[in-house]
Write a protein that binds this ligand. Structure first.
Ligand code: SAH
Ligand code: SF4
Length: 410
C-alpha cells in the first residue's frame, strides 16, 4: 500500500514515501490516514479525510483547511464547537478591551480597497489633538479597559513620529503604566518601531491583507510604497524590536479563493504571530476595487467565512489573541458576539471623539458614527455576556502565545 508523506503544515507535495508498516493508526480508528508523530501528517493515496477526521489531527495541510472552509452547515457546527472548546481551554472566558483611537486619517498610501486612501479627496483629513487623546485614555482607565489601540493612516514624517512618541509617553505617565498600548500605523522604519516601543507601545498590528503575492498586487498599486516583501519584512522587524506582533487579512476580497484564505492561515502559523485582526472586506464607493462589487460574495457569506477563519485560526494557533472586529459588526449587529462564540477574545470599543468618525470610513456603513460611547458599551457588555464570556477589566490581556515564546527563549 502506498502512503504519501506531507512534511510541515503548508505543503501538499509528497516529501517521500513510507511503508504502511511504519504508520500508526489515526486517532479516529479510520484507515484513511495515519499519524507518525506530531510533525508529520500522512495521507493514504487518493483518500480525503472527513471534517471530523481533519479536526482530530494535530497539523493541517492547506487542502485540509480548504475543506474546512468549504464545510456545509452541519460540519461548520462541528468546527465552531471545536474552536469554542479550544478557546475555553487555552485563553479562558475572558474578553479584553482595547479602547480604539483612530488618531489620523492622513495616509500616504493608496490601497485600492480603503476609503481613506491618499487618492480619495472626499474625507476631510484630521489629526486627533493631544488633549482629546488623553481624555479618551482617561475614559479607558476609569472604565477598567486594560489597554488602548492607536490606529491611523501611514505617515512617516518626523513630526508625526514625534507626536505619536510623545502621546505614548503621556498615556503611560497619566495611567502610571496601567494602560497597555497597541499601535497600528502601518510600515515604519526599524528606528521608528524602536522609538515607539521605548516610549511604551508593546503590541503592533500590521495586517498582511492577503498572503498571496499576486492577489496583494491586485488590491494595491505595484510600486515601492506598496511592496509585499517590505510588508513581510516589517513583521520581522516588529518581532525583533520586541513587540507582540499581530497580523491579519481581509476576507471576501474580489479575486480571493478559499485556497488563498487557507494560505493565510498557514501564513499566520508559519510567521508564528501573537495576535490577529481579520474581518470581511466591505466595499467603499470611492475606491478602485468598487468596480468589482458585483463579483463579491453576499455580505452574510463574507461574515460566515470570516467566522470560519476566526474558528480555524483558534484551532491551529490555540493561544493567540484574536479580535472580534468592527467590520464583522458592520455586516451583522451581533457579528462581534458571534466571533466571540467561535474563538475571538479581544474587542476594540471605539473611543475616537465623535467629530472625527465620519472621517475614518475605511469602508461604508461603518457602525458607531454617532453613537455615544456609554450607549455602545452597554450594548457591548450585553453581547459579551450573551456569548458566555466575561470582561477582563483592568487587565492588559496580552497574548499567551507571546508569553510562551518568551519563556522558551529564556
Ligand atoms: N494604515 C494602517 C492601519 C489602518 S488601516 C495599515 O494599513 O496597516 C487598518 C485595516 O483596515 C487595514 O489593515 C485593512 O485590513 C482594513 N481595511 C481597509 N479598508 C477596508 C475595507 N474596505 N474593508 C475591510 N477592511 C478594510
Ligand atoms: Fe492607508 Fe492603511 Fe487605508 Fe492602506 S489600509 S490606504 S495604509 S489607512
Amino acid at each position: 500500500m502506498m502512503v504519501c508523506l506531507f512534511k510541515g503544515t503548508n505543503s501538499e507535495e509528497p516529501a517521500g514515501k513510507i511503508s504502511v508498516i511504519n504508520a500508526m493508526r489515526g486517532t479516529t480508528g479510520s484507515l484513511k490516514y495515519f499519524t507518525i508523530n506530531s510533525n508529520f501528517a500522512y495521507l493514504l493515496d487518493g483518500m480525503t479525510p472527513t471534517v471530523k477526521e481533519i479536526l482530530e489531527k494535530e497539523l493541517f495541510t492547506t487542502g485540509n483547511l480548504v475543506k474546512l472552509l468549504s464545510a456545509g452547515d452541519e460540519d461548520t457546527k462541528l468546527i465552531f464547537s471545536t474552536s469554542a472548546a479550544i478557546k475555553k481551554q487555552y485563553t479562558g472566558e475572558k474578553v479584553f478591551f482595547r479602547g480604539l483611537i483612530e488618531l489620523s486619517n492622513i495616509c500616504s498610501k493608496n490601497c485600492y480597497y480603503c476609503g481613506i486612501r491618499r487618492g480619495n479627496r472626499n474625507p476631510e483629513r484630521y489629526l486627533v489633538t493631544e488633549p482629546e487623546v488623553l481624555e479618551a485614555a482617561r475614559y479607558a482607565l476609569d472604565n477598567g479597559f486594560g489597554s488602548m489601540v492607536m490606529q491611523s493612516g501611514e505617515r512617516f514624517d518626523k513630526r508625526y513620529i514625534g507626536y505619536v512618541e510623545s502621546l505614548l509617553r503621556k498615556i503611560k505617565a497619566m495611567s502610571a503604566g496601567k494602560l497597555g498600548i497597541t499601535l497600528s500605523m502601518g510600515e515604519q522604519t526599524e528606528e521608528t518601531y524602536r522609538r515607539w516601543f521605548e516610549a511604551g507601545a508593546h503590541r503592533y498590528l500590521l495586517r498582511i491583507e492577503t498572503s498571496n503575492r499576486e492577489l496583494y498586487y491586485k488590491i494595491h498599486p505595484r510600486d515601492a510604497r506598496h511592496d509585499y516583501d517590505f510588508r513581510l519584512q516589517s513583521l520581522e522587524l516588529l518581532r525583533k524590536t520586541g513587540y507582540n506582533v499581530g497580523s491579519g487579512v481581509m476576507i471576501g476580497l474580489p479575486f480571493q479563493t478559499l485556497e488563498d484564505l487557507a494560505g493565510d492561515l498557514q501564513f499566520f502559523k508559519n510567521y508564528d504571530i501573537d495576535m490577529a485582526g481579520m474581518g470581511p472586506y466591505i466595499e467603499h464607493v470611492d475606491t478602485p476595487l468598487y468596480k468589482f462589487k458585483d463579483q463579491l460574495l453576499p455580505k452574510e457569506k463574507r461574515l460566515e467565512l470570516s467566522l470560519k477563519m476566526v474558528a480555524l485560526l483558534r484551532i491551529i494557533m490555540k493561544d493567540v489573541n484574536i479580535a472580534a472586529t468592527t467590520a464583522m459588526q458592520t455586516i451583522d449587529k451581533n457579528g462581534r458576539e458571534k466571533a466571540l462564540r467561535v474563538g475571538a477574545n479581544i474587542i476594540m470599543p471605539n473611543l475616537t471623539p465623535l467629530r472625527y468618525r465620519e472621517g475614518y470610513l475605511l469602508y461604508q456603513n461603518k457602525p458607531g458614527i454617532s453613537e455615544q460611547i456609554e450607549d455602545s458599551m452597554k450594548n457591548l457588555e450585553r453581547q459579551i455576556h450573551n456569548a458566555g464570556c466575561l470582561v477582563g477589566y483592568g487587565e492588559w490581556g496580552d497574548s499567551k502565545h507571546f508569553a510562551k515564546r518568551q519563556t522558551q527563549i529564556q
